[in-house]
Ligand binder design. Structure first.
Ligand SMILES: NC(=O)CC[C@H](N)C(=O)O
Length: 354
C-alpha cells in the first residue's frame, strides 16, 4: 500500500485498485457547535411534542445517541451555549461567528454544523453568511420536537446536517439550513410555520435535499456571501443598535419615539404590504433621519419584496429599502453594514447585493 503521505497526490487515471489508506483518514471532519434549542430539549412524556424545556441535553449526549454519524464523518462536539434561541443577543452572534471563523480556518476541519433553536435560527444563519469568510460548509440545524417526543425530528435533522456539512458539493454555497430533508440557504429561509416539522421555507425555494445521508442539489445562491463578502467577523467585535418597529392599523408613534430617545443607529420599519408606512409615522421617521438615524423600509409580508420608491419616496426621504429580506434579517444586514459605512447609497447597494 502507498504511504499515507501520497494520499493527496492526483488520482491515478488507470483503473488500479484503490489505495489501502485507512478509511478513517478519508472521512470528512465535522465539528458540531451546540447552542441549545429544541434539538437539545426534553419533555415530561413522549406525547409532549410542543410542551417541553429547550436547551437541556448536552452535545456529547446528542452525538452519542446517533452513532450513524460516524459513517458520514469524524464528528466532534463543542458546547458553545445552552440557550433557547429567542434569548440570543448580538453578543452571542459575535461570539459564535468568531468561533466558527476559527474552526473554518483549521486544516483539520472540513465542515461545521451548528445546532440551534429554531426561533432565531434564520437570523444567526444569515449573520454567519455575511461575516464568516470561508468556502467550507456551515450548516445550521434545529428541530421542532424534543428528542423525548414520539416522532422526534432532531436525530434525522442532525444526520442530514452532518451529511450536508461533510459533502464536497456543499462547498462554496454559503451558510445552509438543513431541516426536514430540505437544504435551504440561510439567506432566504425563514421559520414560517409553528409546531409542525415543516417549519422552514424559502420563498425562492430550497437549494436541495438531503436523503439517507446524501445531498441532492437543484439550485445555488446568487447573492454575495461568506468568502465573497466584504464583511469579516475578524474586524467586528460588536454591532450597533438597530431595532425594528412594526406597522399595523392604528399604530401610534410611541415605539419610534422611544427608539429615537434610546439613540439607536438605525430603525427597520416592518411595514404593511409593500412596506407602506402610516401617514402619522412618516414625519416621525423623517425627524430621526434628519438627526442621522438610518431608516430601512421592510415589510411584515413574508414573501415578495419591497420596491424602492413605491409606497414611499425613498430617494426624497433618503431611506433604504430592505429588498426581499424580512425585518429580522434586515436588522442584521443593517447592523453589519453600519460597521463599514453610514452612506445610504452604499447601504442600498449592500441590500441589493447580499
Ligand atoms: N423549535 C425550537 O427550537 C423552539 C425552541 C426555542 N424557543 C428556541 O428557539 O430555542
Amino acid at each position: 500500500a502507498p504511504a499515507a503521505s501520497t494520499a493527496a497526490a492526483p488520482a491515478p487515471v488507470t483503473t488500479a485498485a484503490p489505495s489501502a489508506a485507512p478509511a478513517a483518514a478519508a472521512k470528512p471532519r465535522v465539528v458540531v457547535l451546540a447552542t441549545g434549542g429544541t434539538i437539545a430539549g426534553a419533555g415530561a412524556s413522549a406525547v409532549n411534542s410542543a410542551t417541553y424545556t429547550a436547551a437541556k441535553v448536552p452535545v456529547d449526549k446528542l452525538l452519542a445517541g446517533l452513532p450513524e454519524l460516524g459513517n458520514l464523518a469524524t464528528v466532534t462536539g463543542e458546547q458553545v451555549f445552552q440557550i433557547a434561541s429567542e434569548s440570543f443577543t448580538n453578543k452571542e452572534l459575535v461570539t459564535l461567528a468568531k468561533r466558527v471563523n476559527e474552526l473554518a480556518k483549521r486544516a483539520d476541519v472540513d465542515g461545521i454544523v451548528i445546532t440551534h433553536g429554531t426561533d432565531t435560527l434564520e437570523e444567526t444563519g444569515f449573520f454567519l453568511n455575511l461575516v464568516v469568510r470561508t468556502n467550507k460548509p456551515i450548516v445550521m440545524v434545529g428541530s421542532m420536537r424534543p428528542g423525548t417526543a414520539i416522532s422526534a425530528d432532531g436525530a434525522l435533522n442532525l444526520l442530514g446536517a452532518v451529511a450536508t456539512a461533510a459533502a464536497k458539493d456543499s462547498v462554496g454555497k454559503g451558510v445552509l439550513v438543513s431541516m426536514n430533508d430540505d437544504i435551504h440557504t440561510a439567506r432566504d429561509v425563514a421559520k414560517l410555520t409553528n409546531i409542525k416539522a415543516n417549519a422552514f421555507a424559502s420563498q425562492w425555494g430550497p437549494l436541495g435535499m438531503v436523503v439517507e445521508g446524501k445531498t441532492y442539489w437543484f439550485r445555488a445562491p446568487v447573492k454575495r456571501h461568506t468568502s465573497a463578502s466584504e464583511f469579516n467577523i475578524e474586524q467586528i467585535n460588536e454591532l450597533p443598535a438597530v431595532d425594528i418597529v412594526y406597522g399595523y392599523g392604528n399604530v401610534p408613534p410611541t415605539a419610534i419615539e422611544a427608539l429615537g430617545k434610546a439613540g439607536v443607529k438605525a430603525i427597520v420599519h416592518a411595514g404593511t404590504g409593500n412596506g407602506s408606512v402610516a401617514d402619522r409615522i412618516v414625519p416621525k421617521l423623517n425627524e430621526l433621519r434628519g438627526k442621522g438615524t438610518i431608516i430601512v423600509r421592510s415589510s411584515r409580508i413574508p414573501a415578495g419584496f419591497v420596491l424602492r420608491n413605491a409606497e414611499q419616496p425613498d430617494d426624497k426621504y433618503d431611506w433604504v429599502v430592505a429588498h426581499d429580506l424580512n425585518p429580522q434579517k434586515a436588522r442584521l444586514l443593517t447592523a453589519v453594514a453600519l460597521t463599514q459605512t453610514q452612506d445610504t447609497k452604499q447601504l442600498q447597494r449592500i441590500f441589493w447585493e447580499y
